[in-house]
Design a protein around this ligand. Structure first.
Ligand SMILES: [Zn+2]
Length: 243
């Protein structure tokens, strides 16, 4: 199965075919739907069939064993035969908000220079949890100012592929990453924000930080003596569809 969203996170429509459909879910030859993972929710979409009818994809997951991408349909949906032609139309407005919040969290991980212990992407807002040395306080206004400065600078997201083997020969590169990738993988996707952040990431990304738009730090919560949760939100959650 191909995973077109890795190649082009802006594609919203795809003609493909059914590989199999069973109680687990629907598997397609190729897909635009990002499966739940890395703190980002699974995509929703609409499937157009040749007879003019349509079915809703209500969630997308990755099968832990086969690694196939499973499109989840409402429980009473009829089963589609292998080979059935379908046109997949992504719920783009929701996905684009996820992409913008995801980009904002990359920036947040750079603006707050402490270890990230968790995170989550929601529809228009998101959070990261940081492990901090005791006694360190975070300044909400300063974080918000830095985030919005990086958005205004419209810095480019650059995606490249490498391997664990190649990275092992570049220890300096690993040192500059905010997260160390698992080096046993044959293929590792690196996401760089020009001059700001470099980390391995399999998510869906905007092209540049300007697309994220204005951000607010909604709250900073204490989660134990050494853990702080920083929640951010898009000030303009409605889609600004780029060309
Ligand atoms: Zn990412």
């Amino acid at each position: 199965m191909q995973e077109q969203f890795y190649l082009d996170s802006y594609q919203t429509r795809l003609e493909t075919r059914v590989l199999r459909h069973d109680a687990q879910g629907l598997v397609l030859e190729n897909t635009l739907c990002y499966p739940l993972g890395g703190g980002q929710p699974g995509d929703r979409a609409r499937l157009q069939l040749a007879d003019g009818s349509h079915l809703d994809v209500i969630d997308t997951r990755r099968d832990k064993v086969s690694r196939d991408i499973l499109h989840l349909l409402p429980p009473d949906t009829r089963m589609l035969a292998p080979g059935t032609a379908v046109t997949l139309e992504l719920d783009w407005e929701r996905r684009y908000r996820h992409m913008r919040v995801h980009g904002a969290l990359h920036l947040l991980s750079a603006v707050v220079p402490h270890g990230v212990t968790g995170g989550n992407i929601g529809d228009g807002s998101g959070r990261l949890d940081f492990s901090l040395p005791e006694g360190i306080e975070l300044d909400r206004g300063q974080i918000e100012g830095e985030l919005n400065r990086l958005v205004a600078e419209d810095r480019v997201f650059a995606i490249s592929m490498t391997s664990g083997e190649r990275l092992r020969t570049q220890p300096d590169l690993i040192k500059t990453m905010s997260v160390t990738p698992p080096l046993d993988l044959p293929e590792i996707r690196l996401v760089a924000i020009d001059g700001v952040d470099l980390q391995p990431c399999g998510g869906t990304h905007v092209r540049a930080t300007g697309e994220i738009g204005a951000l607010t730090v909604s709250k900073i919560e204490n989660k134990g003596a050494r853990n702080k949760r920083v929640v951010i939100a898009l000030l303009e959650p409605e889609t600004m569809r780029p060309d």
